[in-house]
Ligand binder design. Structure first.
Ligand code: GLU
Length: 276
């Protein structure tokens, strides 16, 4: 059987908490239990929220926990040109259009059906003429680049992927509508960079939390468009606090550092993260 390659791919927007420890230990176990390889990737495309000191802290905290990754750490912000090239390629395939809408525009477009990622984009800018687009761009209006999902699906046809627990899954990317592939503030997006990097790092098994299960449908369509093979997938539950709420940075979930400072050992923290 081929070498299993997994990865942990955090964003350096804060200190790691037990939910991250669970995700990292889960990915590492999937690799190690099969004699495979575990990699680390820093997903720092959001230049306003990511900070180098959090990246340093991620490495320190994982090392303290006893996690060892193989080889160089891939940092997404070092590869923005590569994502730009991919968007240009998809544009050449006639699948991309500029979108000038603000969040408020989309919200006020009214009764937009909800997709897995929030309201489905109503397609306002898809209908703009070439001249209208050129005029707005020349006028300095900021724009994102969206994937024309209906066209993309027409090119790829029916797609499936394998969830190691649930079996074959039929991809339903239409539920997302025209996703953003390059944001106004950065020449890529989560969906594009994660799909590209999983391919470049030869990831054979993507492990991620249940909250990102749905995103896999978008990644599957991107793999097909970009000619990338499809890895297997396995999803882990999200850890919750005493009130049943999912641990999150924004709610100030207790960090691995604070657990360490309070005298907990790595083994105790691994146990708290569900890995005794
Ligand atoms: N960077 C993503 C996160 O922090 C995880 C990447 C993925 O599994 O798709 O939630």
């Amino acid at each position: 059987m081929a070498n299993v390659v997994t990865r942990f791919a955090p964003s350096p927007t804060g200190y790691l908490h037990l939910g991250h420890a669970h995700a990292a230990l889960f990915a590492e176990r999937e690799a190690r239990s099969q004699g495979g390889t575990f990699l680390l990737r820093i997903e720092d495309i959001d230049r306003t929220r990511c900070r180098p000191e959090f990246e340093t802290a991620i490495r320190e905290d994982l090392t303290w926990l006893g996690l060892k990754w193989t080889g160089e750490v891939r940092r997404q912000s070092d590869h923005l040109h590569a994502y730009r090239d991919l968007v240009a390629m998809l544009n050449g395939m006639g699948l991309i259009y500029p979108c000038f809408c603000t969040r408020a525009d989309i919200a006020s477009a009214g009764n937009a059906p909800q997709g897995p990622d929030g309201p489905i984009y109503p397609g306002t800018c898809r209908a703009l003429t070439h001249e209208a687009r050129a005029k707005r761009i020349a006028g300095g209006n900021a724009y994102a680049l969206r994937l024309d999902m209906a066209k993309a699906i027409a090119q790829t046809g029916r797609l499936t992927w394998r969830d190691l627990d649930a079996g074959e899954v039929v991809a339903t990317p239409e539920e997302f509508g025209d996703v953003v592939l390059a944001r106004k503030d950065t020449p890529t997006s989560y969906h594009l960079s994660v799909t590209h990097d999983d391919h470049l790092q030869s990831i054979t098994l993507v492990t991620r939390g249940e909250d990102l299960r749905a995103a896999t449908h978008v990644h599957r369509v991107l793999q097909a468009l970009l000619g990338y093979p499809t890895p297997d997938y396995r999803f882990h539950p999200l850890l919750t606090d005493a009130n049943g709420r999912r641990l999150a940075k924004r709610d100030h979930a207790e960090t691995l550092r604070s657990l360490r400072d309070s005298g907990k050992t790595p083994a105790e923290v691994r146990a708290l993260a569900g890995f005794s």
